[in-house]
Design a protein around this ligand. Sequence first.
Ligand code: PMP
Length: 388
Amino acid sequence: MIEHSHYLSNTAKNLKPSGIRKFFDLAAGMEGVISLGVGEPDFVTSWNVREACIQSLEQGYTSYTGNAGLIELREEISYYLQKITNKYYNPKSQLLVTVGASQALDIALRAIINPGDEVLIIDPSFVSYAALVDLAGGVPVMVRTKGEEEFKLQPEALEAAITDKTKAIIICSPSNPTGTVLRKEELERLAVIIEKHDLLVISDEIYSELTYDEEYTSFASIEGMTDRTILISGFSKAFAMTGWRLGYVAANEEFLQAMLKIHQYSMLCAPTMAQYAAIEALKNGFDDVAHMKKSYRQRRNLVVSALNDMGLTCHTPGGAFYVFPSIRKTNLTSEQFAEQLLLEEKVAVVPGSVFGESGEGYIRCSYASSLEQLQEALKKMQRFVDKF
Ligand code: PMP
């Protein structure tokens, strides 16, 4: 037997496991758990999209695609992004198809970070950002936000966090974990500071199709920001395609070519059959997106009103499929709350603290579950909260 830990890299040793994992593992060992913990749609991918994949297999399209992805898919993405951002991304030089938005984030960070470069992350944030910055050799810097301000990054807080080592900021709107959507004017105020300090922006727009109250604004569409924005998106959320592992990145040609170099060695290309499915999703999938969106909106309204009624106060999030209520009235930490709720009522939620210090005192509940399950979970939560 060799001493395996002796061989591990310091990077691997120092990387902390995701705080979400711990709760999934705990819940996995229990029966009858209703999970509001997972960050993925409860819908199955639309049949026409699955069928396009099946057809591609029937035709024998089982080899690699070009490194950047099928040109037909990149053309569809370009067409789609033009509608969203009002900007033209050249499918041949400014678009790259990736293995989920996750890989797009990874290569975007690796393409721009030198050792010690600081990357600002809005706290609370999606758990992968800080880890990916670390893995790329950078320094993640969490910028705090407040529940009373709907966890919106304030320009003053942004400016105060900038040092001469700051290279970029990651913006995620609609946000995981808070569901908060930044309006055009709010993005414009951040853009002023970003331009003043010459920062790059990684804009994670994976939830852009899932906004419920107002029209979505892409950061790349803000005046003067297109060239300094690396736009990341994908098929997982809007098209209910998490398992297909397909995303993309759109950026200035030089950034894109740098990412493509990393991608061609580490990934070669995104899965071919998933790319054929994605073409169909972009061509004919938006009626189903509208249908799912309507359903999420209805569930959001139900969950927000029930949580506020039981004293777990929360703002009405404009997008994604998460609510982020305060659990302060219970005097528990967010981890204690999640653990006790799971053990006593078999409802899984995620403690806000796993998303950053600003998340302490809150929990993340995903409403990507059926109405019946949500109603059942809310009843159990009410019973749990009534004890305090
Ligand atoms: N960004 C955010 C904000 C997410 O919530 C997720 C999925 N939880 C991802 C990126 C990763 O998405 P994908 O499945 O496309 O890798």
